[in-house]
Structures are given as C-alpha cells and as structure tokens.
Design a protein around this ligand. Structure first.
Ligand code: GLU
Length: 313
C-alpha cells in the first residue's frame, strides 16, 4: 500500500469519526413514508481513487435508496440514445427552484430547466422509455448499474417504489403538466412507474462510488477498460452535476465542496473528483434544500484535506 493510499484511508476514517460525533444531522425525508423510517444516525463514506484503491468507513456496505442520484445514470443512458437531441426536451441551466417545483414549467412551456430537477428527470425517463416496455427499461437501468459497479447484487427496493407511487402526487402533477404541452411521449403511468422505480434502486456507498468511476476517468469503466461514454460526454455530465446536482443548493455546494456531485433525498451524494476519485457519502438527514446535511459537511472536509476541489486548493 502506498503512502498516499494510507493517507487517504486515514482521512476517510477521521471524517467518519468526526461525523458520527455530530449532533446536528438534518431531517430525514418525510414525504416518501418508507424513507421516513431510515435511521438518521447512519453514516457511510467511500472513496475509490484513480488506482482503484478503496478507502471506506462507517456504514459503507449498507444499501440505501439512491433516489435522485439515479438521474445521473438515466441522463447517461439518454445521451447515449438521443445524443444532443436530448437538449430539445430538457435544458441544462441551474433552476434556482426546489427539486419538485412546478412554477418554471408554465412559462418555459413544459421544457424543464435541467435533467436533475424532478420534471427534467421525468422527461429523461420518458425519452429512454420510448420503444421499450417499462419492465424492459428497468432491467436495462439496473443491469447498467450492476455493470458500472462490478456488482450483480444491486436491485430495486420495491417497498420504496410502492411507497413513492402511493404518495407521488407532485410528480404526477409535473408529468401531467408536461404532457399537456406535448412534452411526454408515453402514457404518464408508464413513465412515472419507471421513474419511481429507478429512484428506488438501493445501493451502498461502496457500490455507488464504484458506479461513478467512469465519470472520474474520462468515460472509461476501469475494470474492463470499456468506454461507457466519450471523454467529452463525461466532462459534460460532470458540468451538469456541478451546476444542477444539488437543486437550489448547487451554488452553496460548489462554494463549499467544489466538485461535480448529485444528491438524493435518501441522503446519498455521489461526487466526482475528475482524474482523481469517485466518492459516495450517505447520511439520511437532509438540509432545507433536500440535500444530505452531513454528506455535504463530510465532502467539504474531504476536498479540503485532499486538495481536490476543481477550483484549486
Ligand atoms: N424520487 C424523489 C422524488 O421524485 C427524488 C427526489 C430526490 O432524490 O431529490 O421526489
């Protein structure tokens, strides 16, 4: 083991210890009943560096609901299917609005601001659903996650998907609104069904950090050497993550952490240090913007100690 790897392991363990001692942890998402039951004290952190070394601490092997982090992977699939045509359906500007906001949709005529707010992610799901049955597409998304993570055990938590399906009134409103502008191709129930299910994929920090490696390495899957996306596309997905990955908390996240990243209301964050590492953190308590509170604090400490911010030390 190199000195640099030992140093990284020390930093990761140190941060996990610091986080477990903190009383301020945010609030667990309450609007999806199944997520409200998750232990607020859980904390996991995993870093996979450019040489494939894994530094892990805390609840790093406990699966959690990745929720909106799945949107990074559906965006990747959609760009593979439609290329730049995707941007006719959805923009790539920060929204400055909450994740489930409907207000911009009216004056922007049903074209969501970016692929990571709920409306945008539903539009992306609709695009990749065309030409498939929902079950077929879900199988494809899960297999994609398994391939990226080198782990066939990844699957969908059906209880979380059903829980969101029962309580997803806002997402249904967003989908209906977009449909009224002719922006969705498939039956609303099909598109929402796939959306709720891909949000309900359960993964551990270790699996998620492995899945993000291609974004840290110019689009290549390090285990097989296969190109998941071209380097230019990896760079662009990272750009959208940096600008839009934390909803209306994206500016604050860039200011404090300085990495492309995507959060989910399950309390996970996938962050990419381009050329250096793929990082996953999980702490279920959220801040007012619906992003993991301690997840952000931990990533701020990590980038500072490792000098990994894309904006310099
Ligand atoms: N499935 C969640 C929703 O649509 C995702 C939100 C999130 O993770 O930010 O409300």
């Amino acid at each position: 083991m190199t000195i640099a790897t030992r140093e990284l392991e020390r930093v990761v363990r140190e941060i996990a210890d610091e986080m477990s001692a903190r009383p301020d942890r945010g609030e667990v998402a309450g609007y999806i009943p199944e997520l409200a039951r998750v232990d607020r004290n859980a904390f996991g952190l995993v870093v996979v560096d450019d040489a494939g070394n894994v530094a892990a601490a805390g609840d790093c092997d406990v699966p959690f609901s990745i929720q909106s982090i799945s949107k990074v992977f559906t965006l990747t699939l959609a760009l593979g299917k439609a290329g730049d045509r995707l941007w006719q359906r959805v923009g790539r500007e920060p929204s400055g609005s909450p994740f489930n906001s409907i207000v911009q949709l009216e004056y922007e005529r049903g074209r969501p601001r970016n692929p990571f707010i709920n409306a945008g992610a539903i539009a992306v799901t609709d695009l990749i659903l065309s030409g498939h049955q929902p079950r077929e597409l879900l199988g494809e998304i899960v297999r994609f996650m398994q391939f990226l993570s080198d782990d066939d055990s990844i699957g969908i938590d059906e209880a979380v998907a059903a829980s969101e399906q029962r309580s997803g009134f806002r997402n249904a409103a967003l989908a209906n609104y977009m449909k009224s502008f002719g922006m969705l191709e498939n039956p609303i129930d099909y598109t929402l069904g796939v959306y709720f299910h891909h949000c309900a994929i359960a993964m551990s920090c270790r699996q998620l950090a492995m899945a993000g490696r291609f974004l840290a390495h110019l689009g290549r899957h390090p285990t097989t050497g296969l190109s998941v996306v071209q380097p230019e596309r990896a760079r662009r997905i990272n750009a959208v993550m940096l600008m839009c990955g934390h909803y209306d908390g994206s500016g604050e996240f860039a200011y404090r952490v300085g990495l492309p990243a995507k959060s989910g209301v399950g309390g996970g964050i996938l962050a990419i240090a381009p050329g250096k590492a793929s990082i996953a953190v999980w702490s279920p308590g959220l801040d007012a913007n619906g992003n993991s509170y301690l997840g952000r604090v931990a990533l701020e400490a990590l980038t500072k100690r490792m000098g990994w911010s894309v904006f310099g030390a």
